[in-house]
Design a protein around this ligand. Structure first.
Ligand code: ZN
Length: 480
């Protein structure tokens, strides 16, 4: 169990940020919104917890709560039913329940909250009913944005590989020596052990898809990592060994992640940095693991909604209308083809990277010299479809190597390249292209194939070709 001086340090970080930073001030007013349910941890008996419906709370009460970001992990069968809140145990938990009903990571989260003097804690598996029919869960997903943005602080159980691992018992202690200086003051010199990249950025928790938006939306986060505890807020990162990493040294893309004025500052940062950041965010996100592949759309939807509101534009499955062209030009990062996710109930179309499993990479285009094609737009009639023009390839052939193809003219000179990154064959004579951008006589294109019915085409790849080897064929067709 952690010592009282450890909790004092966490409290001091919070107190200093409250009093002398702008990290929570800019969101004043939002902290009165509580999630639908929270766990009350302020009983005189610290082992007694109560699940509370926040609508029943007195408006004048202290509404600060801590949100837990953690990795549920693989537990033995039946564990979910035992630990999570569901229709069967809801009634019992609304009266009161023992901390012993919870796995270790969740117990540790309760202890930290109590020691910080905060009465309420939010944990998804306890505050949202985990029934199979997902009836309680679905309306809660869009509220996730407010849950993390309104939390007094987020606690990230970075070192816990699953819900039974816990994070307060650590085995690595910093070694230090004591020295006395001339006037008799005691100095403590310890090893330089902080490693934010390894402890936090690359830790297990960071591979979990949901965590990215939890972190970006949070005002400030306590990262409880294996070796160190870190405090992260708009003013930078503080380490348990009292060193400090400042925001600029973290690079501007990462700076946005901990910026309390995110995403508002996106607008002030200029066109290029905004696009760069959106690319960075989605490339990062797409590499993370999700227990259910079909969560790819929802595990970032709250963050996506917030960015779209700031940019004052429409968004559809990871594509922002304001940066439609720049966000459409994505590709598979490797040589393997991407596997389509079977969403069953959602219409995630072929032009969205969210339709596929695995990581992505955006096509690298020199921004200031590229021109974007105006005829490309979201369809107003059929939700989610894109309306555009298609054309055919002219007087050229392909030389294929796995998913990569070189396009050659009749004399064998290379005039472009294509990447077929989804399942299906590669045949340039049967396929069509959609121009997205133009630069110095070259087109950045999506490769599409006609569907059997109607005026519809499906995205199957991306590429670049010299403008002389394509010709427009049809206007106002749909990419679905
Ligand atoms: Zn701060």
């Amino acid at each position: 169990m952690a010592s009282s001086s450890y909790f004092e340090l966490l409290g001091a970080w919070l107190g200093r940020c409250d009093q002398s930073h702008n990290c929570s001030k800019c969101k004043e007013g939002t902290n009165t919104t509580l999630p639908t349910r929270v766990i009350y941890v302020g009983d005189p008996n610290p082992d007694i917890l109560v699940l509370l419906c926040s609508a029943e709370l007195d408006a004048s009460s202290d509404r600060r709560y801590i949100a837990l970001s953690y990795c549920w992990g693989n537990l033995e069968s039946g564990a979910e039913n035992r630990f999570c809140t569901n229709s069967q145990n809801l009634h019992h938990r609304l009266k009161s329940f023992s901390i012993k009903e919870l796995p270790k990571t969740l117990q540790d989260a309760v202890r930290v909250t109590q020691n910080l003097g905060v009465q309420f804690l939010w944990i998804d598996s306890l505050c949202i009913l985990q029934d199979k029919d997902k009836k309680d869960w679905e309306p809660e997903v869009p509220r996730m944005e407010d849950v993390f943005a309104s939390a007094y602080c987020t606690m990230a159980a970075t070192s816990a590989t699953n819900s039974s691992g816990g994070f307060l018992e650590r085995h690595s202690e910093s070694r230090f020596i004591q020295v006395q200086d001339g006037p008799g003051r005691m100095l403590y010199v310890c090893e330089d052990v902080e490693d934010f990249d390894n402890d936090v950025e690359n830790a297990v928790l960071k591979t979990r898809g949901w965590v990215l938006q939890e972190r970006v939306l949070s005002r400030r986060t306590i990262h409880l990592s294996k070796n160190q505890t870190y405090w992260e807020c708009g003013e930078g990162v503080h380490c348990e060994n009292l060193t400090r990493l400042e925001s600029p040294s973290l690079g501007y893309k990462r700076y946005f992640l901990l910026d309390p004025e995110f995403p508002d500052r996106l607008l002030q940062s200029g066109y290029r940095r905004t696009v760069d950041f959106i690319h960075f965010l989605f490339e990062h996100y797409s590499k993370r693991d999700l227990t259910y592949k079909t969560d790819k759309v929802v595990a970032i939807s709250a963050l996506e909604a917030r960015i779209a509101r700031t940019l004052k534009c429409e968004k559809r499955y990871g594509i922002f209308e304001r940066f439609l062209h720049q966000t459409l030009l994505w590709q598979s990062p490797g040589k393997e083809k991407m596997e389509r996710i079977d969403y069953k109930i959602q219409d995630v179309l072929s032009w969205s990277w969210m339709a596929y499993n695995g990581g992505l990479k955006f096509v690298d285009i020199p921004f200031f010299t590229a021109g974007w094609i105006k005829h490309l737009r979201f369809d107003e009639m059929r939700k989610n479809a894109l309306v555009t023009e298609v054309g055919r390839f002219w007087d050229c052939r392909m030389k294929q190597k796995a998913t990569q193809c070189a396009i050659l003219d009749s004399e064998g000179t290379k005039i472009g390249s294509l990447q077929y990154d989804v399942e299906g064959g590669a045949d340039i004579h049967f396929h069509r292209y959609v121009v997205v951008g133009r630069r110095r006589g070259e087109y950045y294109i999506l490769v599409v194939k006609p569907r059997i019915m109607g005026d519809e085409y499906e995205r199957i790849g991306v590429g670049m070709i010299h403008a002389n080897y394509v010709s427009r064929e049809r206007v106002d067709v749909r990419i679905v």
